[in-house]
Design a protein around this ligand. Structure first.
Ligand SMILES: [Zn+2]
Length: 88
């Protein structure tokens, strides 16, 4: 899920500066300012990836529930909750 595009600072959202394959935050008030971080690490967002996956799954459940009969909605949601505890 990691793209080649360099993402903004994980702490403050500022556009990063690059230097010799490393990235740093250009916001002097940010903790990551001045730290030279390899792109692979700079771009790593494990919590965001998990939340994106959860959101995608929930949207899928909602869209299926929306299209289903009202009595099927509870069954769909119950089955999804059995399959996976949301947020873990
Ligand atoms: Zn920053």
């Amino acid at each position: 899920m990691m793209s080649d595009k360099i993402r903004n600072c994980p702490l403050c959202g500022e556009t990063p500066e690059s230097d010799a394959g490393t990235y740093t935050c250009k916001n002097i008030a940010c903790y990551l300012w001045g730290h030279r971080i390899p792109s692979r690490i700079w771009n790593a967002r494990p919590v965001e990836y998990r939340l994106e996956a959860d959101n995608k799954r929930l949207l899928d459940v909602l869209s299926r529930a929306y299209m289903a009969d009202i009595y099927e909605c509870a069954e769909i949601i119950e089955n999804e909750m059995k399959d996976k505890k949301v947020g873990e």
